[in-house]
Design a protein around this ligand. Structure first.
Ligand code: ME8
Length: 647
């Protein structure tokens, strides 16, 4: 975020519509929402963009698996994202969909411009592709010659005509940009990774596909109707098409972005490809690209496809949206990973929110009511509490820097230091004793000190917990807006006279987890829905016919040997009855030695499309189970005739 710039443009990634949102998505969106609210509060003209990424092979496949057209499916899931953000009162100014006409125009205009500039040429792509990550890889980058280095899933071989972007031509310019703009990538540790990646050499990037149709067509002027744009090019352009690039330019005054918020998994696309595309388009580059860490569950990355997701709505419904927002922003330093647990959330609610914040408000209303009929005047605060006021102002003077450096947890830590000053002052000055001693002015000064501290902290906390802070503001008789921010925070002034109103307890104590087990994962959900006799079927159930499309047979391993230079693969010859010598390459070398396998049986997927691994053909797959204790093959309990079908 830029201190000096009046226009502020904040973006989240646009989320894939291959499934519903989880707390990882909610995290990015809540950080962005907090920044947008902060930016508006501090008087900046702010534009906040979020939306959905709807093209590409992954979405086309997800739709097909559900028997839907990609557009129907995208409409449904995009609608769910939007409904969730609306339910969370996310203050976005625009929700973009890459299937919007305005976006398509922008994407085509950008392609045309880069093409006319000579940065795009036609060639043939041959390599590996991970559909789940929508990313191209070279053989060298793969794990065990086959698996995606990012998500671990099998990649497929792609060989097709493609347009390429001359990414290699931007290597030096990118390095110069990183060097001249210290904070262009945050946190800095992540920036070093990017710089090293670019220094190790960039290859030109394939930016069109011909093997499927679900994408933005290339501009007509290029006359290549077979090609659709590579989904990452299409997606990144959303940040400018949303402002009207290629159509009405209506909001283009907001470009360049003040901050693109992303998860660390997609930093490379934003910190290398995107600036290179923008350089080619001769547009200014974003001020900051900030990458946060992952939310994990039991130490594993939470993701839609792993089925270990926490449903953000379930958590917000159980514990309250603002408590959830506070927890996400406070618990984990930006850039680092964090494990989600109800216990940590409950601790934050009871301690930070209940004790430190909520109780302070109760004490204000209690004391002001008992001693002063709820009327509080700041007139003598400076006289009796200059020391505390100076301490508070000194902390508040610097907290904003934490926001500019994306250290939101430290911003919150410092606000809590200020609350501690208030709570401590009550114990130190004992207003009840002052009242007994007839020192009414001093007691009033103390109550006013803590009321002012509460007001100042509330102003800065409003972007974090808008709903609860509104309640505090009502109780303090103030209205939080830019004017009050300027008065109390920028100019360090005190409140005018206020009348306090009592409110119900803001953060009631939570004694035990409110979500019975851990929040349901998708897997749990599918299980319980299967068990309960519901009419509605979860999305991932298949019919028996679908299951029988897979032929699984008992195979007897007749030969086994190590594959030279491969850490994981063993080459097996398997007797499948009619087919006595089926060659299968299995990634089990770490768990079995060839000698122990010969003569044993295993369950074999017999109708798998042959694939080449390490230059050798593999015509099937052995079933295996893997957990943290290792891997074991799945075998029939008793010896069966080779080739026996398993059903
Ligand atoms: O990557 N913890 O979309 P996506 C924290 N369409 N954040 C997480 C997370 C986790 N476990 N999992 C996901 C895409 N996220 C592309 C983006 S932008 C031009 C195109 C968050 O649906 C995080 O912000 O896979 C991550 O970058 C984003 O969701 C990816 O969402």
């Amino acid at each position: 975020m830029e201190e000096t710039c009046k226009n502020v443009y904040i973006t989240t990634p646009i989320y894939y519509v291959n499934d519903v949102a989880h707390i990882g998505h909610a995290y990015t969106t809540i950080i962005a929402d907090m920044l947008a609210r902060y930016s508006r509060l501090t008087g900046h003209n702010t534009y906040f963009l979020t939306g959905t990424d709807e093209h590409g092979q992954k979405i086309a496949q997800s739709a097909e698996a559900r028997g839907r057209t990609p557009k129907e499916y995208a409409d449904e899931v995009s609608g769910k994202f939007r409904a969730l953000w609306d339910n969370f009162d996310i203050s976005y100014d625009k929700f973009i969909r890459t299937t919007d006409e305005q976006h398509k125009l922008g994407a085509q205009k950008a392609f045309e411009k880069m093409y006319n500039k000579g940065d795009i040429y036609k060639g043939e792509y041959e390599g590996f592709y991970c559909v789940s990550c929508e990313t191209f890889f070279t053989e060298k980058q793969l794990i065990d010659e086959q698996f995606c280095p990012d998500c671990g899933r099998p990649t497929s071989i792609v060989k097709e005509e493609s347009f390429f972007f001359k990414l290699s031509a931007y290597e030096d310019k990118l390095l110069k940009w990183y060097e001249e703009n210290e904070d262009c990538i945050l946190p800095r540790s992540k920036k070093n990774e990017i710089v090293n990646f670019v220094k190790s050499g960039l290859r030109d990037l394939s930016i069109s596909r011909t093997s499927f149709e679900w994408g933005v067509k290339l501009p007509e002027s290029i006359n290549e109707p077979k090609h659709v744009m590579y989904v990452w090019l299409d997606a990144l352009i959303n940040y400018i098409s949303a402002l009207g690039y290629g159509s009405n330019e209506e909001k283009f005054e907001f470009w360049p972005a003040s901050i693109h918020l992303v998860g660390k998994d997609i930093l490379r696309f934003h910190a290398i490809y995107w600036p290179a595309f923008l350089m080619s388009l001769e547009l200014p580059l974003p001020k900051h690209i900030a990458a946060h860490g992952w939310w994990t569950r039991d130490g594993e990355k939470m993701s839609k496809s792993k089925g270990n997701v926490v449903d953000p709505k379930q958590v917000a419904d159980a514990y309250g949206l603002d408590a959830f927002r506070y927890f996400m922003l406070r618990e984990v330093p930006f850039g680092q990973d964090g494990d989600f647990s109800q216990k940590a959330l409950i601790d934050r609610i009871n301690s930070d929110l209940g004790n430190d914040l909520g109780n302070l408000l109760n004490r204000i209303s209690g004391m002001s009511g008992k001693y002063f009929d709820f009327k509080v005047s700041s007139i003598d605060v400076e006289k009796f509490h200059k020391k505390e006021l100076d301490e508070v102002n000194k902390i508040l003077e610097n907290v904003e820097d934490f926001i500019f450096n994306m250290q939101i947890n430290r911003f919150l830590e410092d606000l809590w230091k200020v609350l501690t000053i208030a709570n401590k002052a009550i114990g130190d000055y004992e207003p009840w004793s002052k009242m007994k001693e007839g020192k009414t002015e001093e007691a009033m000064a103390l109550v006013a000190l803590i009321t002012n501290i509460m007001a100042k902290v509330s102003i800065l906390l409003q972007p974090v917990m808008p709903e609860k802070i509104e309640k505090i503001a009502t109780s303090l008789g103030i209205h939080i807006n830019t004017e009050l921010y300027n008065k109390l925070i920028v100019n360090k002034e005190l409140l005018n006279d206020v009348t306090i109103t009592k409110v119900d307890q803001l953060f009631p104590r939570v004694e035990e987890p409110l979500i019975e087990q851990a929040p349901e994962t998708k897997k749990d959900k599918a299980e319980s829905e299967k068990k309960s006799d519901k009419q509605e079927e979860p999305d991932n159930l298949i019919t028996i016919d679908k299951f029988f499309e897979t032929t699984i047979k008992v195979g007897t391993i007749v030969e086994a040997e190590e594959v030279p230079k491969s850490k994981k693969l063993l080459k097996l010859q398997v007797d499948l009855g009619e087919d006595k010598n089926r060659q299968i390459l299995a990634g089990i070398k770490e768990f079995y030695s060839p000698i122990d396998l010969i003569g044993t049986q295993a369950c074999v997927v017999a109708n798998l499309k042959p694939a080449k691994l390490m230059g050798m053909l593999s015509e099937g797959m052995l079933l295996a189970a893997k957990d943290e204790n290792g891997l074991c093959l799945v075998r029939p309990e008793k010896t069966k005739i080779s080739g026996t079908k398993i059903s």
